[in-house]
Design a protein around this ligand. Sequence first.
Ligand code: HEC
Length: 249
Amino acid sequence: MVESLLLTATRVFTYARQQLLTNASGFFFARDDRLFLVTSRHVVIDEANGHAPDRLEIELHSDPDNMAISTMFSIPLYRDGAGVWRQGVDGGGQIDVAAVEIERAALPASIVHRAFTPAHLYGADDPPAWAYLTTPAAFERPKDPTAKQRVEGSARAYTLTEIADLFAPPDWFPAEHAAMPDPVGRGRRPGVQACASCHLPNGRGVPSSAMLAGLPADYITAQLNDFALGNRLPAIGKVGWRNHVTPRS
Ligand code: HEC
């Protein structure tokens, strides 16, 4: 039995009438009871290179033990003169991804294929747990918000309320870093949280926020400008750069 991952992928051939133009690859994606072929957008149309197929053919397999046996299945790209594919977009605009619906009922019954589903995706609001800080299930939050909390090796103590203050985040190890300028240690209300609340007072950051320590000042300024101008998008969409960074003109 071949890996089921192989059955999620398919070879794609593009045609203008009977003429074979090029080949590419794609994968199957199923949402509810609908099935899609996902491929690069330039496979379905590439204006710059005059590539304008009117249909795709995909290779389908009927015997999972013998991938050499395959049958071709034709997918028209236009209906009533209009393209039937959907163009992918992300926060930065249109991307080189296209999805074409495959008419399930038209597929030969003997076909075996596997499809990715929404369960394989993660959205901006649902980042993968391995990449970001998550609270361990066993963690018990201290009950009393007014009780002072301590961390090992620090002489300082803060209440939970103080620890959660994004405009004066705790500074457990003040000897580790130079005095923080106001934007770093305090931010600016209402929108600009103290940089240290995410990147820590020493700039070393945490898994979910970048390490800034040791970066050249010019590089930092350039990144902030790019965030502000939308030239650089954060991996998780919640940091809200454009609300709190004003670009230098
Ligand atoms: C709400 C949390 C948060 C705050 C507040 C915050 N940052 Fe960040 N910062 C992040 C995250 C998350 C990233 C990683 C973004 C990405 O996905 O590339 C980042 C990335 C950066 C980078 C790019 C680092 C690199 O290696 O390219 C710089 C520079 C930076 N932040 C500076 C600042 C400064 C200066 C401030 C204060 C004005 C600040 N940040 C406030 C969360 C924050």
